[in-house]
Design a protein around this ligand. Structure first.
Ligand code: SAM
Length: 337
């Protein structure tokens, strides 16, 4: 397979990744601000959605209880998932998308324009303006890193009806994006992510909220908890959206973790991510990329033992072929085990 000529690829990368902080500055150990990290993180998330859109929509399509159901998306961000949830909910269902941020709400309203079964409104994830048991499904994606997971999940549990489902899509920053880095980077990156998370969140695992999610869901009175991990595989030569995502991911790592890398790993990182360099990771014709996401599903009990317990032998169906019509109670088992 032809590898894009480096000039083409470098131009695309620069265009998609946008400006990154000057290398000299970070090499001299100057701190990178939280807003740099937040900006690169937000851009990275948009690029993630663009690159893995079909895979992510297949996950949404496989969620139990959505077709014909009442669904809460909290926080909805720009409406990327809410739009698909609304399509999946259909005319008999309804999606309520909430966020605390006005810019995000504006984008979500645009994304959901024309959807007759969706409402976008401002709301605080910690104090949802809905009565108890108002929804069949409460969905939250890629957001717990910016929330107190226990408080947010507690509110989701409150507004889901008995027999309904809380569904959370999360990534773990320690192994969200798997690339064949030079070994100096590969071995140092987890320690740098931990140091960056400790500096930013006061907790070395703060960028990986899914690690504690099972306990959080159970403490909120939800269960059984099912988890399914989704690997999105891509091989070189990458399509434009994947290349754009990788460029954004490099920019995010540069803002977040790079200042915490030791000097030899920084030098290796620079070489691997320099689009004009001979050692550029994405110039290699044999590069594989794996992007890992996980969905946690937890039922809210009906008080009459109607949510069936998980079976370790239960078959996992391909989410692309799943068809879920609404039943009460929603069985969380088949699609994400
Ligand atoms: C990383 S974005 C994810 C958005 C969306 N779920 C997605 O995957 O595209 C996190 C969102 O959480 C929102 N947010 C942060 N704190 C919030 C709160 N207390 N209540 C509601 N939304 C909040 C932000 O405005 C932002 O849109």
């Amino acid at each position: 397979m032809p590898v894009p000529r480096v000039g083409q690829w470098a131009r695309r990368w620069r265009r998609e990744a946008g400006p990154t902080r000057g290398r000299d500055q970070t090499l001299q150990g100057q701190p990178v601000s939280d807003s740099d990290t937040a900006n690169t993180s937000g851009a990275c998330q948009a690029a993630f959605h663009a690159a893995f859109r079909d895979d992510l929509f297949a996950i949404v399509d496989a969620l139990p209880g959505v077709a014909g159901g009442t669904v809460l998306d909290v926080p909805c961000g720009d409406g990327f998932y809410a739009r698909r949830l609304a399509a999946r909910a259909g005319a008999r269902g309804h999606v309520t998308a909430v966020d605390a941020d006005g810019t995000a709400l504006g984008r979500a309203r645009r994304a959901l324009r024309g959807a007759g079964n969706a409402t976008v409104r401002a709301a605080d994830a910690y104090r949802l303006p809905f009565p108890d048991a108002a929804f069949d499904v409460a969905w939250s994606a890629e957001s717990l890193v910016s929330l107190d997971p226990a408080r947010a999940v507690g509110e989701m549990a409150r507004v889901v009806r008995p027999g309904g489902v809380v569904a959370v899509l999360e990534v773990d920053e320690f192994h969200h994006v798997v690339l064949p880095w030079p070994s100096a980077v590969e071995v140092s990156l987890p320690a740098a992510v931990r140091a960056a998370a400790a500096a930013r969140y006061g907790d070395g695992e703060g960028a990986s909220p899914a690690r504690r999610l099972r306990a959080v869901l159970r403490t909120a009175g939800l269960g059984p908890v099912h988890r399914r991990t989704y690997p999105f595989d891509r091989a070189a030569p990458f399509d434009g959206r994947t290349a754009a995502f990788v460029g954004r991911h490099f920019a995010f790592l540069r803002a977040f973790a790079y200042p915490h890398l030791p000097p030899d790993a920084r030098a290796a990182f620079d070489r691997a991510t320099d689009p004009d360099g001979a050692d550029a990771l994405l110039r290699r014709p044999d590069v594989d990329l794996v992007c890992l996401s996980a969905v946690y599903l937890a039922g809210r009990g009906t008080g009459r033992a109607s949510t069936r317990p998980a079976s370790p032998t239960a078959a996992v169906r391909d989410p692309r072929r799943a068809d879920h019509s609404r039943t009460a109670p929603v069985n969380t088992r088949p699609e994400h085990t």
